[in-house]
Design a protein around this ligand. Sequence first.
Ligand code: MN
Ligand code: MN
Length: 293
Amino acid sequence: MTPQEISAYMKAGRIARKARECAEGAVREGKTLLSLAEELERLIRDEGGEPAFPVNISVNHEAAHYTPMPGDGRVFKRGDVVKVDLGVHVDGYIADTAITVEVGTYRYEALIEAARSALDAVVRRMRVGVRTSEIGGWIEEEITAQGFRPIANLTGHSLDRYALHAGLSIPNFDDGSRKTVEVGMAFAVEPFSTDGQGWVRNWKPGNIYSVKRARKGEVLGDFGREVIERFKGLPFTPRWLPDTPDRDEMIRRGVKSGFLHAYPVLVERGKGTVAQFEHTFIVTGEGVKVTTL
Ligand code: MN
Ligand code: MN
């Protein structure tokens, strides 16, 4: 990792931390999810970053991949368990971080604490050479000790320039993998805790898309070119294309032709409530750094 890469990762991490801290205070009863997403994405751009993906705001048994659509009127309600998961990139170098907030009540404090303390344990114990399965074991141990389940089919992931999932998964349980954390790697760790079954399944479409097969974008002309050049393979949402002619129709055709991937909202299979925390790590010659801490 060059000094320039390290500094871009660290800058993205600082901006992501600032946006996450803002989110923690900004989730309030009666506020729209849309205004929160727009506020955070504006903060990211004002600080000199770009959103690496649309701000995900997933509530209660939704675990991930919901972002508000244009004009979305959905509001936070008292008692909601809200996951805000956000990404920042600086020149393609990504920071990915998440927090969980309960709106106005304290019923899910223990569930939220389980995911938070699992991530704290990972931060404390992380070192070069550790197996990804050991990291998963720490998470599983922390969450189950507190009476909850980790979500088995959601994982952390390695990062690369303009690549949110660069090939290596960091599980939320000990999956027996012998892969290890090595110098030069960037990756996110994201423990999810639930009082449900510990599995997510696909639900309805969630307003998030990414380019799947760039060559299939040619038939969509300017729209295809714009999406490829502007997002460079990172996820995007219709909110970010307010002036695009026939936007919704273009996206529909893009999905149908295999040009675009549409991310479904992921929900807990047993309708359990879900909490999540996430940090991004880089491993340099000097050791492991948490960029979003
Ligand atoms: Mn994330
Ligand atoms: Mn992530």
